[in-house]
Write a protein that binds this ligand. Structure first.
Ligand code: NCD
Length: 311
């Protein structure tokens, strides 16, 4: 059966998808985790262009492995060095070129906001954003939902706290958009300078969701089911003196989560720097490696659905 909800679609913003679509993705990904070989070779003969204009470890490699497992050929680059981007080649020309080489789908990461949308206007092929400036990271939000759904019987009713650099981070805004489809209580925990951008609050409001804003983790830690920690986005903070002011402002460790529910799950899109202590890794709270591992099945089912594969 083809899934018309994703067939041929661009995946640019988590705002573009509704509850039904997220649920169908989560179902498919869970099914793939139960039967890991079931989509092997499902898109044989097709080609994915992975164009990463920004560094990446997890996102690039999980897309690469996912597309290879589907039987596809993979082309492109994993970062700007080693490609003609360093010579000044534009996104437009790069997309056109890979279209000429027969790419069936594009996966694009770019430091500039709006780059994935721009690419989707250049090519008829579906474009999947793998991170777009400081605004969106829709497939990360999808795998974050998958991780939450694995840890709890239902997403509805959960209390989710997002901590850290909510202003310049793109994972927390995409996750907030995705969670607005569920009956979830969101708390944004950050110093003023790093609080969530107004456009996110506006969108959530249009969905009838009003997140709480806090500056102290201590105040809310005891209520949370999920604590989503994020890194300070040093490379995106426009003023280095601003970075100096906020760096080291928060760290999640055994001490800071004292008083949390025993069932609290700590998540993080990774990479972590010093905001999440490794001493948590061996506790039942640590959910970030499970979270990252889900990126592979999630991206495999997403790619398969976008390309119109059997589900
Ligand atoms: C994130 C990103 O690139 O936005 N990483 C990821 O894709 N897992 C988070 C970050 O860089 O802090």
């Amino acid at each position: 059966m083809r899934d018309p909800q994703f067939l041929g679609r661009d995946v640019i913003s988590a705002r573009d998808f509704g509850r039904k679509q997220f649920e169908s993705l989560l179902r498919e990904a869970a099914e793939l985790e139960r039967h890991p070989q079931r989509l092997d070779g499902a898109q044989r003969g097709k080609m994915a262009a992975l164009l990463f204009f920004e560094p990446s470890t997890r996102t690039y490699s999980s897309f690469q492995i996912a597309t290879e497992r589907l039987g596809m050929r993979v082309s492109g680059f994993a970062g700007p060095s080693g490609s003609s981007v360093t010579k000044g080649e534009t996104l437009h020309d790069t997309v056109k070129m890979f279209e000429g080489y027969g790419a069936d789908v594009f996966v694009i990461r770019h430091p500039k906001m709006g780059a994935a949308r721009f690419a989707s206007e250049i090519t008829e092929r579906p474009v999947i954003s793998a991170g777009d400036g400081s605004r969106e990271h829709p497939t990360q939000a999808m795998l974050d939902l998958l991780a939450i759904s694995k840890a709890f019987p239902r997403i509805d009713g959960l209390k989710v706290g997002m901590l850290g650099d909510l202003r310049y981070g793109r994972t927390s805004s995409s996750l907030a958009y995705a969670l607005s489809n569920f009956d979830v209580e969101m708390t944004f925990i950050a110093p003023d300078a790093l609080q969530m951008r107004p456009e996110v609050a506006h969108f959530l409001k249009s969905r009838g969701v009003t997140p709480r804003k806090e500056s102290s983790l201590q105040k809310v830690i005891g209520e949370l089911d999920v604590l989503y920690v994020t890194r300070i986005q040093k490379e995106r903070i426009p003023d280095p003196t601003e970075f100096e002011k906020v760096k080291g402002m928060y760290e999640v460790n055994l001490e800071t989560i004292r008083g949390a529910k025993p069932t609290l799950k700590v998540m993080h899109p990774l990479p972590r720097v010093d905001e999440l202590a490794t001493e948590l890794d061996e506790t039942d709270h640590a959910h970030y490696f499970t979270q990252a591992a889900g990126g592979l099945p999630l991206r495999m089912v997403l790619m398969n659905m976008v390309l119109g594969g059997a589900s």
